[in-house]
Design a protein around this ligand. Structure first.
Ligand SMILES: [Ca+2]
Ligand SMILES: [Ca+2]
Ligand SMILES: [Ca+2]
Length: 268
């Protein structure tokens, strides 16, 4: 009789632990073993492993990547799985070593031990009244005139955080103005949801003539499979200077339950 009670208790315990494992630990263990190398354009190589990010710059590391297989995207479109090889830029090849033709777009490639969802987004001009109210808010917030001329004012609508509602990402800048010379150069990347405006990238500087930086959304992807998209924001500079690439992740402060977007890795 007593033996049966013990056996029952042990079975209950085992079932309970198995349930806990599937509910909590499995996701954590999966996250722990995720390992990915990302190629962002020709200059940036990031590694994500055991929840840690590192940026690769040395030639030695780049050589280790050569002839590894990568899932390659160009401007949000999947080109396929190809062998990568770096010279002055990345080149991609089929298994038979036939060169893959790319169209000079934004290249994102990754070699990963898990699935990575890349969002197929559409970029539009930000020209509605509600877009203008966001633009005015951001300019005023930085003591800039709301009549400032913009060279970049684009938006992307997408449900970034899986709450079944679309957020809007705005890229705003007066970089590379050709027909006028503003006193200050500015670039902003912000996300507007139903209530808030979140700043990702914000830069305002005196105009020296060559210090503009043109922001754009490189790719949007879920690097850690938690249904919350990360955003690669890039900023293009005058020719000789390297493009700035930054990966932003939404983070929620548990004590106050407030969200913000933080840079988790950049190339500089
Ligand atoms: Ca959403
Ligand atoms: Ca939302
Ligand atoms: Ca994510």
């Amino acid at each position: 009789m007593r033996k049966n009670v013990y056996i029952t208790l042990i079975i209950i315990l085992v079932v309970f632990l198995a349930l806990m494992y599937f509910l909590f630990a499995k996701d954590n263990l999966n996250q722990e073993r995720y390992s990915t190398t990302f190629l962002v354009g020709d200059q940036t190589v990031w590694n994500y492993s055991s929840r840690r990010w590192t940026s690769f710059t040395s030639y030695k590391t780049l050589n280790e990547i050569n002839w590894k297989k990568f899932t390659v995207y160009e401007d949000n479109n999947k080109l396929g799985n190809f062998l990568a090889w770096k010279d002055d830029k990345w080149y991609f090849f089929t298994d038979n070593k036939e060169a893959v033709v790319t169209n000079g777009g934004k290249i994102l490639a990754f070699n990963s031990n898990h699935n990575i969802d890349v969002l197929d987004f559409k970029e539009e001009q930000a020209n509605t009244d509600s877009d203008q109210s966001v633009i005015d808010f951001v300019l005023k917030d930085h003591n800039l005139s709301t009549s400032s001329k913009l060279t970049v004012s684009t938006k992307i609508n997408a449900d970034l955080d899986n709450d079944q509602e679309e957020e809007t990402i705005y890229c705003l800048s007066n970089a590379f103005a050709t027909d006028y010379y503003p006193d200050s150069v500015f670039s902003f990347v912000v996300i507007k949801d139903e209530e808030n405006i979140f700043y990702l990238y914000e830069a305002v500087d005196d105009n020296t003539g060559t210090n503009s930086c043109k922001p754009f959304i490189h790719h949007i992807l879920d690097v850690n499979n938690d249904k919350d998209y990360e955003i690669i924001v890039s900023c293009g500079r005058y020719s000789i200077e390297e493009q700035l690439d930054m990966l932003f992740q939404r983070q929620v402060e548990e004590s106050t339950n407030t969200a913000s977007y933080k840079i988790v890795i950049s190339n500089q």
